[in-house]
Design a protein around this ligand. Structure first.
Ligand code: VGL
Ligand code: ZN
Length: 200
C-alpha cells in the first residue's frame, strides 16, 4: 500500500489578486512543489464552476458574497464568482509544478451543487470518483495541502478519514479563508475525524 499527495485547489483565483483570494495563498507553492518532487503519487484538484454556478452570490437576487443560504442539500456560503471553467482564474498557480500530477480531479461543475470535498459533492453523497481511483492504485495514506484550509482541505480531509484513509494535513502548506471562526471549527472537526494536522 502507498501514499498519495493531494494538492487542493492551488488556483489563480484563490491566490492574491484572484477573485476569491486567500491571504498568503501563493506562499505555499514552493513548499508544495518540493513535496510533489518526492511523492509516490500526486493528485491535483481544481475548483471548476460554470459561470452561473449556484454557489455564486451573483446568482441570488440581493445576496451578498459571504452570506449563507439554505440549499436543498444544506447551508451554503455564497461566494464571489470564482474558478469559472476555462478562465485564467480557474487555472493553477503559474509556478505550481503541475506536470508532476498523475490525476487532476475537477469538482463543483454542476450548476446546482457545490463541491468542497475532493471525494463527495456538498450533499455528502454524490461521489467524484477519487475514492475508487485511489483504492485501485493501492493508496491507503494521504497527505493533503492547498487551499483553503477551512473549506476544501477540511471537507476533503474529513471525508477521506471517514472513508478509512490515514490522513495527514500539512497546515504549513495550507492557507485559510477564516470566515466567522471557520478555521478553528475546521481544525476541531478534522481532529475529531481522526485527521493528523501538522505544522499548525
Ligand atoms: C473553496 C470556497 C469556494 C476552496 C472553493 O477551495 O476552499 N472555497 N470554492
Ligand atoms: Zn468554489
Amino acid at each position: 500500500m502507498s501514499e498519495a499527495l493531494i494538492v487542493i485547489d492551488v488556483q489563480t483565483d484563490f491566490c492574491p489578486g484572484g477573485a476569491l483570494a486567500v491571504a498568503g495563498g501563493d506562499q505555499i507553492v514552493p513548499g508544495i512543489n518540493a513535496l510533489m518532487a518526492q511523492a509516490d503519487a500526486v493528485v491535483l484538484t481544481q475548483d471548476w464552476h460554470p459561470a452561473n454556478h449556484s454557489s455564486f452570490a451573483s446568482q441570488h437576487d440581493g445576496a451578498a458574497p459571504f452570506s449563507l443560504i439554505d440549499m436543498p442539500y444544506g447551508p451554503q456560503v455564497l461566494w464571489p464568482d470564482h474558478c469559472i471553467q476555462g478562465t485564467d482564474g480557474a487555472g493553477f498557480h503559474p509556478d505550481l509544478a503541475v506536470d508532476r500530477a498523475e490525476l487532476i480531479i475537477r469538482k463543483g461543475f454542476r450548476r446546482g451543487i457545490d463541491s468542497y470535498s475532493a471525494f463527495f459533492e456538498n450533499d455528502h453523497t454524490t461521489p467524484t470518483g477519487l475514492e475508487g481511483y485511489l483504492r485501485s492504485r493501492g493508496v491507503d495514506r494521504l497527505v493533503m495541502v492547498g487551499l483553503a484550509t477551512d473549506f476544501c482541505v477540511n471537507y476533503s480531509a474529513v471525508d477521506a478519514a471517514k472513508l478509512g484513509f490515514q490522513v495527514q494535513v500539512r497546515a504549513d502548506l495550507c492557507r485559510a479563508i477564516d470566515l466567522d471562526g471557520s478555521l478553528a471549527a475546521a481544525v476541531q472537526g478534522m481532529q475529531q475525524a481522526g485527521v493528523q494536522i501538522s505544522g499548525l
